[in-house]
Design a protein around this ligand. Sequence first.
Ligand code: PRX
Length: 713
Amino acid sequence: ASSSTLVKNSTNHNAIHQPVTQRSILLSSTNNYLSNPLVTRLCRATSTHSIWNETALPDKIKTLDEYKAIYALSIKDPNRFWKMAAECLDWYQFPTKIKNTEFDYRTSRGVDIKWYEDGIINVCYNCLDRHIHHDHSIAQQVALIFEPDTPTESRHHITYAELLRDVKKFANVLKKHGVKKGDRVTLYMPMVIEACVAMLACARIGAVHSVIFGGFSPNNIAERISGCDSTVIITTDFGVRGGKSSPLKTKIDQALALKQCSNVKTVLVFERNHGMTELKDDCSHLRKTLEWTDGRDFWVHKEMETVNDKCEPERMNAEDPLFILYTSGSTGTPKGIVHTTGGYLTYTSLTFKYSFDYNPGDVYMCTADIGWITGHSYVVYGPLANRATTVIFEGIPTYPDVSRYWNIIDKHEVNIFYTAPTAIRSLMQHDDAYVTKTNRQSLRILGSVGEPINPEAWKWYHSVVGDNRCPIIDTWWQTETGGIMISPIPNAWELEPGSATFPFFGIQTQLFDQTTKKPLKPPNHGELCIADSWPGQARSLYRNHERFVDVYFKTYPGYYFTGDGCEIKPNGYHWITGRVDDVLVISGHNIGTAEVEAALEEHTSVTEAAVVGYPDPKKNQGMYCFVTLKGNVKPSEELRKELIRSVRDSIGAHVYPDVIHFTSNLPKTRSGKIMRRILRKIVEPDTSNLGDTSTLNDPTIVEELIKNSPRTK
Ligand code: PRX
């Protein structure tokens, strides 16, 4: 099949983009934009006709009224709205069925989510080929700018044509090694262009990628490889971050030595320094220690010489899986979140376009690692589907010094910058001169994701980094949601520091009371649910639909439960207040307390562990571990360090217990269930109102824990 047969349905693909009018952002929390601004009423708020012609989605959303009009339609007629959204992509067969979803597990159908189910599309084609097909000059447009860990290291930018060529060749390498449509391929990669090449190559041939964050340990890698039955692994010989190299291939070797990975047949290894001549450190020490299993391990640069650069995209059904991404849950093993093809791309593409107000020619940079959902949706798929030029940054914000982000912004004239509150909070500790000595005039929009951004960090980001000029786009969403769910649209309405403002098109938020499980009418504070499906949402957990339904759809029947708390203010603004379950969000990383407990309990000295979070001004949350020890094992500083080490070895270096509290016992109900509510209160610390402790097996333990906790001293 020739890709020239693709139908282009979009009427506004090449529309002239209007210049953006900048206006200053007023920081007022008392403004009342809407006479009746509650989101549930947005639908009825405005007559759509005077604002918008309703035949195709506009290129930009310029005003709150325009947002309200389109939002109203997206809720009233999701089929029509999401059909228009899909028209922004190129399909082999445009879908005739748009939405076919069921959220209520109690129905005979059960939870079942399908979007564009008879549509045929290829994600890689939409991210690369089609731009060149529609306009040959795009071949020469830079797709990815690689910014290496060491700023002086020379590297080339890669154009759309070059990226497409590399993707096709690597897709052929995958095919040569037997990878077929539907096969799972695991990636363990640093932030390098090759990670994008590998993801897009999988998408091109219909293989399902599963990217594992480069910080994870061999145990966790093995769990994720065997969890999705991958037989092919893609990695690099090593990665470099903050001036230190990390032996990725060696970690893969260690993971593959574990029994559960015995099915892995092939390891494809990119060479981090391929083609580079002037390197300060060629990491030859790492190369010397690299072990090689003949017949299993292959250098990608050598394999690329054996294939040609012709590779037609596979025609994928919109509901074929695109990728699996593991995320921590409140219990048990990590969840293999499954995202599919047509809906995911439609959603990430549209959210990228509106939330970041991308204009052709803009340089966009997102600092998220490719191993997390933000890296998938807003480093790779969303930007490339919008023909963006994206900076891929290999390093960390503090190397060689804390001006690094701002220097990169100047070097590549970045217009849109998207990062996490953790990075902002760590950088604002230092003298503002590290920021103000740089120019940053290119910046137009600043984004935030991953955790609640506290107003202090928001204001610093806005005034010091953005010179009071750039709107802060605080985007709330999750691995499971695929793309941005609540966020401002730049310059369309006023911002309030710490609020993600309004839901994206098609997203109906609903608050519930945690105790009564009854719906709450805003303004209110409660547990955040979403009332109806959107195309970007996860369809299931890999081979475990039952757990998917249990975790997300049983707490509030008929609704998707986010696990987050939220306050909706009288003006309709949404304020995310953090997790309400046992998932910690530390420095932008999701960490399941159950995983840390399991890691602690693996230690021979430990009987039981209970892990809870506490508020931390820098990292969002700190990790507090209560640990009971076996028989006559005595607590010691040595043991404390050992436990921290074993957690990091077991899960990954990004997981760090802040407090290990040795105790003789834990507060438990008579049936043996640990009362986490009480532990959370102790470490918060908020011991004035511990609630009912009478059901505890041994109520005296609470006093003892309070007395010995470093948080209450
Ligand atoms: O608690 C919320 C927090 O991060 C969780 C999702 O984490 P993850 O699946 O790793 O995805 C992170 C990137 C999308 C959410 O349940 N979170 C994410 N963004 C925000 C946030 N909390 C408050 N404000 C945000 N903007």
